[in-house]
Ligand binder design. Structure first.
Ligand SMILES: C[S@@+](CC[C@H](N)C(=O)[O-])C[C@H]1O[C@@H](n2cnc3c(N)ncnc32)[C@H](O)[C@@H]1O
Length: 312
């Protein structure tokens, strides 16, 4: 997922090798992570694909099945991994993840503490953000979740950037060995206020904390706990609106008006068909690119509370 040598970055130049993890992309909501193994096949409604036909192809390739159907073979980035990982818990999604990484000021070389690890969705992006010289120490009190997350980081080639440990962070706090050394701390815990005194000890002067909570009552208690030694306390809710984009043929009455979701705002484009090339005796149809807010847009996920350790 994240080769350390920048010249080997996943890109259209990099070729798929045996044992590589590949994201098989049918469409934005139908993807699967597959490990390449000679002799194995991938099967979907478009037919059968042999892994051996995929090995050696560049990431980004469009490949055909025995029936002429196709899929794309994409490099496993943290963004795609978040969409295909196995959900062992609620996870953070990209709108929250990208905001967290920016607002926590995470850059290569940072030391980041996280709890709980959960399904490792956020951890995967944290790892890429701190690479190649930083490190993420992530803690979960659930032993099996910690083990499965560790296995995923090995599969994704991130194990040199992430250490997963089993620990009750609300009860015990972060290990004292990290005292004063964390650039940032992220909490996704049911009672984050219990961990906040420990977070205050772990952060470097000027370091930043983020706590994710689904309920506003949790935010209120957290902000109360942050009053004593944090400053610049701010809470955000990140809402994303996605759009559907479709190209449709229009009839003379301006098609699309009868859609149950109403007409699309649109830009028209003239398409000419028939004989001749000078516009005479040509049948005209109109194609329109239709764009409208998606009815599947994700709503509330949670609140992100950020605070900076007060300088003494
Ligand atoms: C919602 S999940 C975290 C999801 C994660 N942010 C992601 O994006 O995949 C919350 C995790 O916190 C863990 N947890 C709950 N209480 C804990 C505690 N006291 N100490 C450590 N981990 C805890 C749970 O086991 C669970 O895996």
């Amino acid at each position: 997922m994240l080769p350390m040598d920048p010249s080997k970055r996943n890109s259209f130049e990099q070729h798929i090798c045996e044992e590589d993890l590949v994201i098989v992309y049918e469409r934005h909501d139908t993807m699967k992570a597959i490990k390449m193994q000679k002799g194995s096949v991938f099967q979907n409604r478009f037919g059968i694909f042999k892994h051996s036909d995929w090995i050696g192809k560049p990431f980004g390739s469009k490949v055909l099945s025995n029936k002429g159907g196709f899929v794309y073979l994409l490099a496993p980035t943290p963004e795609l991994w978040t969409l295909v990982l196995s959900h062992r818990t609620q996870i953070l999604y990209l709108p929250d993840i990208s905001f967290v990484i920016s607002y926590l000021e995470i850059v290569p070389g940072c030391l980041v503490l996280e709890s709980g690890t959960g399904s490792g969705s956020l951890t995967t992006s944290l790892a890429r953000a701190v690479a190649p010289s930083g490190h993420v120490y992530t803690f979960d009190f659930h032993e099996q979740r910690a083990t499965l997350a560790r296995d995923d980081f090995v599969r994704n080639g991130l194990s040199s950037l992430v250490t997963v440990s089993v620990r009750d962070i609300q009860g015990e706090g972060f290990p004292e060995e990290f005292c004063g050394s964390a650039d940032s701390v992220f909490l996704d815990l049911p009672q984050p206020w219990l961990a906040m005194p420990s977070v205050g000890r772990m952060l470097k002067q000027d370091g930043v904390l983020c706590s994710f909570s689904p309920c506003i009552e949790q935010v209120q208690r957290s902000c109360e706990a942050l009053k004593s030694n944090f400053t610049d306390v701010r809470t955000f809710e990140v809402l994303l609106r996605t759009y559907e984009i479709k190209e449709v043929r229009m009839d003379g009455n301006g098609g699309g008006e009868g859609s149950p979701l109403g007409p699309f705002p649109r830009k028209r484009r003239q398409c000419l068909s028939g004989e001749g090339n000078n516009g005479r005796s040509m049948e005209q149809t109109t194609a329109a690119v239709m764009v409208r807010p998606s009815s599947e847009a994700r709503g509330h996920t949670g609140f992100l509370t950020f605070a900076r350790l007060a300088c003494i």
